[in-house]
Ligand binder design. Sequence first.
Ligand code: CP
Ligand code: NVA
Length: 303
Amino acid sequence: MADHFLHISDYSTDALWDILKLAKKLKQKFRNREEYKIFNNKSLVMIFAKPSARTRVSFETGFEWMGGHALFLGPNDIGIGKREAIKDISRLLSRYNDLIMARLFDHSHIIELAENSTIPVINGLTDYNHPCQVMSDIFTIWEARGSLEDLKVAYVGDGNNIVHSWLHLAQKFPMEFVCACPENYEPNSDTVNGSSGAGVSGVSVSHDPTNSVKNTDVVYTDVWASMGQKDEAEMREKIFQPFQVNGDLMAATGKNTLFMHCLPAERGREVTDEVIEADYSIVFEQAENRLHVQNAIMVTLAG
Ligand code: CP
Ligand code: NVA
């Protein structure tokens, strides 16, 4: 079976650091538009069952810069799991391509895709996790702080796919990680227990945003209703209101804290304009770094 990139927790700390260090080199090369045609004559197939701006554009731009060809398959193209069995799609694409990137709903579908594929599969988000995002996030924090020592991250909002990838990361990189969320919107309890059980980081779940952000280096948030949950948006808006990241919450950190968001943001809901536009907001550095970190992941898997 090929090596895949499905969960951060599948990799050792050293292997994750290798990806971050490679991303740093590739970022410099990309910014200088140096030639780096490592994927000449190769193809990346990208399956999107959900919408995307960052993931699609960064993978496609990155792979083409590295000399390859990227193909986009949207929600109506192959009907994964509907028109055709996942294991058939997987074996088919393995015959044509060199890499698969997939953004799917059901997490078990990306596992099935990978299990039947003879080429590497990269997880571009499922309902359960978003590993490429959180690898880019930690890279961005490393760049911004110059080090990952004594790191505290406070995630405020829904205990969703982003949080699960942070919990996986906390199994490998020492940090204090708290998820402040409304009751009944906690992250998956097995994932929380697996993360704290690894004994690497201090991991907790709280329902008190103001207390959770005290003395934190990073405040991170994401939409209150993820893709596939948008019909709950109105109902969630009331429940999540006390978890909005606004100027008062940022002031409650008591220090110079960075603001992060995976984007797309729903301004005025989970984050105010004031915060997302502030000097301490590094959301576009995060978004840019998707490209460089994913390039490093693709080179690691198939370069
Ligand atoms: N952050 C992120 O994955 O963005 P897209 O949904 O636009 O790809
Ligand atoms: N939690 C969000 C992340 C988007 C990048 C979603 O799944 O819609």
